[in-house]
Design a binder for this molecule. Structure first.
Ligand code: FES
Length: 156
């Protein structure tokens, strides 16, 4: 098993809070993604399956069901551009196109330099200040292409 001992210790505590061991899988997927490079590798899927006493395909099924889990490496920065109605009506598609142009990353992909990944996301609850994107967990609202470019170019 390649999981770090710190995660194994954490998961042992985690599963002690649930009546069934497998109930800790989703929090464990989150923690692995946070601690192991921002994505879930095939090895991580296998390690989690072994830890939880599941088949790898069961872990894979959970990881692929939820859009917050990533099964491919992502860039240093993640740009999540909202594409729901309020953002779309206020220029969200143009914003997304510009984000891809500035970062060099296609939608759902990563820039060649590995600096940015860009994804479409559902409503982020910031409709009153549409359009918006989330850069590494920080909301940026009332965006236009110029504002977005300035924010993206200032990312280290
Ligand atoms: S539609 Fe974009 S934040 Fe709600």
């Amino acid at each position: 098993m390649a999981l770090p001992q710190t995660l194994i210790d954490e998961f042992n505590t985690l599963v002690s809070h649930y009546p069934e061991r497998r109930a800790g899988l989703i929090p464990a997927l989150h923690r692995c993604q946070e601690e192991l490079g921002g994505w879930l590798s095939p090895q991580t899927i296998e390690d989690l399956a072994a830890f939880f006493g599941l088949e790898p395909v069961e872990v894979f099924g959970v990881a692929t069901f939820y859009p917050m889990f990533r099964l491919t490496p992502r860039g240093k920065h993640l740009v999540s551009v909202c594409h729901n109605i309020s953002c779309t009506l206020r220029g969200g598609e143009e914003l997304l196109t510009h984000v891809c142009k500035v970062t060099g990353a296609p939608v759902g992909g990563t820039s060649p330099d590995g600096k940015f990944s860009v994804v479409r996301v559902e409503c982020q609850g910031a409709c009153a200040n549409a359009p918006m994107f989330d850069l590494d967990g920080v909301y940026h609202e009332d965006l236009d292409p110029s504002k977005a470019e300035k924010i993206l170019r200032s990312a280290p």
